[in-house]
Write a protein that binds this ligand. Structure first.
Ligand code: AR6
Length: 179
């Protein structure tokens, strides 16, 4: 776990499973456009939340790349899920700007809803094929850029599933803090 304070807000990287973040008010789903159960994050979140989540999602779908919508968390140990559709690498252009929009729109929505803590997965870096080394800088730079504008959110966490992904995030954050 690595933690730092920026403008009174805690930014943290941790290794783990996004569906088991019981200290977070909201978790982010790396969703599909139809907001249905899927693989990876969308599988873990929907399985842990139960069928009520898919039911609640029905009237909100479809969503576009970069867009974020909010639901309750059902049987997850959180209050809300923010579902965000990342870009498919090489297909949804410009993918870097769409990935920036994912983090921005999600944080903006969380803040508007009065959410105090939120955990992201590494959006688009699994089934959607975004190379981790490119996605890391977009995720960290966008979150750090947004932090001073947040009023309700006091803690932002990125949950990395594998040790390699965690190390890549940690290395980029360390390098950014030193420069
Ligand atoms: N907790 C945290 N991170 C995870 C977990 C987990 N339980 N499972 C996987 N990851 P992905 P995407 C990591 O594929 O690329 C789905 O099928 C994973 O190692 O979940 O945005 C949806 O239905 C990777 O680094 O999301 C969509 O169709 C990252 O989370 C599509 O995949 C994102 O992997 C979305 O693709």
């Amino acid at each position: 776990m690595i933690q730092l304070k920026i403008s009174e807000i805690t930014f943290e990287l941790r290794k783990g499973d996004i569906s088991q973040q019981s200290d977070m008010i909201a978790v982010v789903n790396a969703a599909n456009a139809e907001l249905r159960i899927g693989g990876g994050v969308a599988g873990a979140i929907h399985r842990a939340a139960g069928p009520g989540l898919e039911k609640e999602c029905r009237h909100l779908a479809p969503i576009k790349p970069g867009e974020a919508v909010i639901t309750g968390a059902h049987n997850l140990p959180n209050k809300y899920v923010i579902h965000c559709l990342g870009p498919i690498y090489g297909i949804n252009h410009p993918e870097d700007q769409l990935l920036v929009k994912c983090y921005r729109n999600t944080l903006h929505l969380a803040d508007k809803e009065g959410i105090t803590s939120i955990a992201f997965p590494a959006i688009s870096t699994g089934a959607f094929g975004y190379p981790m080394e490119e996605a890391v800088s977009i995720a960290i730079d966008t979150i750090i850029d947004m932090i001073p504008r947040l009023k309700s959110v006091k803690k932002v966490v990125v949950v990395l599933y594998s040790d390699d992904d965690y190390q890549a995030y940690k290395a980029y954050l360390n390098q950014k803090c030193q420069s």
